[in-house]
Design a protein around this ligand. Structure first.
Ligand code: R5P
Length: 286
């Protein structure tokens, strides 16, 4: 097995290779003056099973993934596993209004050109991966989160909406603490309304878990509700810290006491590693 790190995920790729105990190669990616991507695998041959670790977000990184896929196949890879820690376009998983594309399906079809197996992490809708028409595994970061927070003074775990209730359950069960979900209604891309918690949180240290933080609207509103209900401390953990439109600055200035994310997207909050879980998923396959 050889693990190839694309420019979005070099540290994660190195960690995965080190856990598996296999060779790590960096895709030497640079940008031409006009912004186009150039990449090169600086090895004579890759006569082995290859796993490429690279996010497909934002769009320029998707192009890099296409080019790395072609390069590794040409260099002789016996099989190609795509490890996509953060899969862009997963939220447009169906046509919501007439005239829209089915974006997630388009991306899977394009990425399946050079690919034998796909590994994602907490993709927004797992069903999207069917479009690869290849075997796949969506790694659930909940266990890594649960292990991280086991000894961190957390009394209860919440999800900000019913959609993420399963994640709160997995994290809570892993930690051996109670869990619940809040009720969220989305008004627009940036506005949400969240109902007061039904569980008693007075004086408690609570953890809110979600798959991603984008604008931060969901998590900040959830935190406000829990603090208003008397929570002593609110810690937030997401798998993917996307943080658009200065969200990180706004989150740091909010009522949130501690903010963490996994290392699928790198930022100052990426303190929970999913490298071990991805390494296990690769080993299971090979
Ligand atoms: C929604 O279904 C997701 O799980 C997240 O709660 C949502 O994408 C977060 O977005 P934002 O940070 O913009 O509220």
């Amino acid at each position: 097995m050889i693990v190839v790190g694309g420019s979005t995920s070099r540290d994660l790729a190195k960690d995965i290779a080190s856990i598996i105990g296999c060779k790590y190669i960096e895709a030497a990616t640079v940008r031409f003056p006009d912004g186009e991507c150039y990449t090169r695998i600086e090895e004579e041959t890759l006569d082995d099973d290859v796993a490429i670790v690279q996010n497909t977000y934002p769009d320029e990184n998707l192009v890099e993934m296409f080019l790395i896929q072609d390069a590794v196949r040409r260099a002789g890879a016996k099989s190609v596993t795509l490890v996509i820690p953060y899969f862009g376009y997963a939220r447009q998983d169906r046509v919501f209004k007439n005239g829209e594309p089915e974006s997630a399906k388009v991306m899977c079809e394009l990425l399946s050109r050079v690919c034998d197996y796909v590994i994602t992490v907490d993709i927004h809708k797992e069903a999207v991966l069917e479009a690869f028409k290849r075997p796949y595994k969506d790694v659930k970061a909940a266990n890594a989160m649960g292990d991280y927070f086991k000894d961190k003074d957390i009394d209860m775990v919440f999800s900000p909406d019913i959609g993420a209730a399963g994640r709160a359950k997995m994290v809570g069960e892993r930690m051996g603490v109670p869990y619940d979900h809040l009720e969220k209604k989305r008004l627009s891309g940036t506005e949400v309304v969240i109902q007061p918690a039904k569980s008693d949180v007075k004086g408690k240290s609570v953890l809110i878990v979600d798959d991603m933080i984008s604008t931060g609207g969901t998590i900040m509103t959830a935190t406000t509700q829990l603090k208003a209900a008397g929570a002593r401390k609110v810690t937030v953990a997401c798998t993917h810290g996307v943080y658009v439109n200065n969200a990180l600055e706004r989150l740091k200035a909010s009522d949130i006491d501690d903010l963490l994310s996994c290392n699928t997207l790198m930022s100052e909050t990426s303190r929970i590693s999913v490298a071990g879980m991805i390494a296990d998923a690769i080993k299971e396959r090979c």
